[in-house]
Write a protein of this length. Sequence first.
Length: 232
Amino acid sequence: MPDHAGPDTDGLSVALRQLIADAPSALPLPPAEVHRTGVRRRRRRRLALGSATVLAAAVVIAGGLRSGTAPQPSAPPAAPPSPTAGRTAAAAPVAVIDTDSHRMTVTGNDGRTTVLDVTAGRPGNETPGGRMTVQDKLPKLGLSDDGASGGQEGATADWCVRLGRPGSATPAYVCSMPWLPASGIGQANTTRGAVGLLPDDARWFYDHVEPGDTVEVVGSSAGGPSGAPPSP
């Protein structure tokens, strides 16, 4: 078959082959290389975002420090007040003994009151009046007939609470005195200065007071600070 290609056709073919040879290669990348390229791009984006976050935080902190408005740590909550560790002589009386009504009113830590029948010192041997503090507690005590303790020679009182005040050597006792007639307790003053209670009441009072508690003796038949009768 005769060749109809002329000089122009050969020149065009040569030009096309040269253009193809000069163009950059656009062959597709293998799948593994495509994956690695994506991983590198994601890593660069995360680093860029992280750097931007750190920079923003630094700007906020710096701005707060400059303006004096940086948040300060909150103060720890205040500790609750500690409970009162026992009663003192300066506190309100734990017990008030009324020699006129022959009653003793005892106030507990919860504010509740208990009223006990008592008998106090008879005329001439009055129970010392005023405020005193619990000095000691003795489950048994031998009281002598000395006009101050309120006992009988060789007698033993039970559940004794000894009261006293600074500067006075004369104590007062609150206890159970078995030699006293029970009918007089809560009705009259029959002792030689001590405050007598029924046995169960004496034990209850003994268990509910502590050294340092305040006991006050009131009433027209109460003696002076030393146990002497009131002045006329």
